[in-house]
Design a protein around this ligand. Structure first.
Ligand SMILES: Cc1ncc(COP(=O)(O)O)c(C=O)c1O
Length: 383
């Protein structure tokens, strides 16, 4: 129950162990076609250029920046946590200029600041932001940010590593142009794959490039030849065949459950967890309106031994929760309820284990209050 990788379902692990076949085998090519369709469903898009990059979320991030930016370009980058900082790194390594829009860690990206930056920098060709900041557990208003970018004729690069499959994400309706995610969060697949999707506007921008993309491996014009629409596929790299079996299985599971139901499940378990944590006397770090149900940031009370509590959870309960990152190190815990791990039994396990660990740390916690609050919530909400 950390910030990812999340628990992988036995069905997905079983898929991983199927016999490895050739990556140009007609059977594998038809699996690739299925994966594309299932990813289009998960991203809620009709984008033709939708595929899993054969590397982790950071490679999806890099793929978006290196394909959309050229030396001399300007991008507006929003930062309200760790990952906005990585976006800046990507922009600068493309030889472009990053105009930073900064917000406090634990707060959403402020659309007014973004609008001001877009107005002050009409030369900006890209607006980049993180939909779900894993470092803080904060959601930003992606629909509004995309709308602002459109009004100022900028393309949107959006990080959905932690949002895909966990909260509402509507790539086409919102008008996001280059969107990347990761396999190991709310999709609950093994780590190492980054689903990406590019809008027709983004593809036009890529095709009109005058500079070669600096990365051969992530050059979408080349990758398209392997993942492209027709049945003729050219070798580009050897796809991670078994990992893609696993991705396929997780996406089939998502389709079986239904995206809406998966989102509702994440919300319900989050509410129960929060009810329990608050009954224990703990405080959430993010305002209710912007909390991520899949990544719950909890303030560590004064005087509590942060590392000691986490070590006890791991040692005595086999339970991993995340430490705070960057500016929030030592100040928050990050409790993941992602994908397959977003289950009632995990909520109960976590509340029980945390109560025991806090009591062992000599904190005053009412025995049983958290479990009662979570149980009351579950009883009052229809699953
Ligand atoms: C919001 C966000 N972006 C990007 C990444 C990088 O993904 P990866 O670690 O799979 O390279 C992460 C990883 O946790 C993330 O949470």
């Amino acid at each position: 129950m950390g910030p990812g990788p999340s628990d992988v379902a036995p069905r997905v692990l079983a898929a991983l162990s199927r016999p490895t076949i050739g990556h140009l085998d007609p059977l594998f090519v038809s699996l690739m076609d299925d994966i594309k369709l299932l990813l289009q469903y998960a991203f809620q898009t009709k984008n033709e250029l939708t595929l899993p990059v054969s590397a982790p979320g950071s490679a999806g991030m890099e793929a978006c920046f290196v394909n959309l930016l050229s030396p001399g370009d300007t991008a507006i980058v929003c930062q309200n946590g760790v990952f906005g900082g990585r976006m800046r790194e990507n922009v600068e390594r493309c030889g472009a200029t990053a105009i930073m829009v900064e917000d406090d860690w634990g707060k959403p990206v402020d659309p007014e600041k973004v609008e001001r930056a877009l107005r002050d920098h009409p030369e900006a060709s890209v607006l980049a932001f993180v939909h779900a900041e894993t470092s803080t557990g904060t959601r930003s208003d992606a629909a509004t940010l995309c709308k602002l970018a459109r009004e100022h004729d900028a393309l949107v690069i959006m990080d959905t590593v932690t949002s895909l499959g966990g909260i509402e994400l509507k790539v086409d309706e919102w008008g996001a142009d280059a969107v990347y995610s990761g396999s190991q969060k709310c999709l609950s697949c093994v780590p190492g794959i980054s689903p990406v999707t590019f809008s027709p506007r983004a593809v036009e921008r890529i095709q009109a490039r005058k500079h070669k993309v600096q990365s051969w491996f992530l050059d979408m014009q080349l990758v398209m030849g392997y993942w492209g629409g027709d049945s003729k596929r050219a070798y580009h790299h050897t796809a991670p065949v078994n990992t893609l079996y696993a991705l396929h299985e997780t996406l089939v599971m998502l389709e079986e459950e239904g995206l809406e139901n998966a989102i509702t499940r994440h919300h319900r378990n989050h509410k129960a967890l929060v009810a329990g944590l608050e009954a224990m006397g703990l405080r959430m770090a993010v305002d209710e309106a912007w909390r991520l149900p899949q990544l719950n940031s909890v303030c560590i009370p004064e005087g509590v031994d942060d590392a000691g509590v986490r070590t006890r959870l791991l040692r005595d309960f086999d339970l991993e929760i995340g430490a705070g990152l960057g500016a929030l190190a030592g100040k928050t815990w990050r409790i993941g309820l992602m994908g397959h791990a977003s289950r009632e039994r995990n909520v109960i396990l976590c509340l029980n284990a945390l109560e025991t660990a806090l009591q062992a740390d000599h904190q005053k916690v009412d025995s049983g209050a958290a479990l009662q609050a979570a149980a009351d919530f579950y009883a009052s909400s229809i699953s």
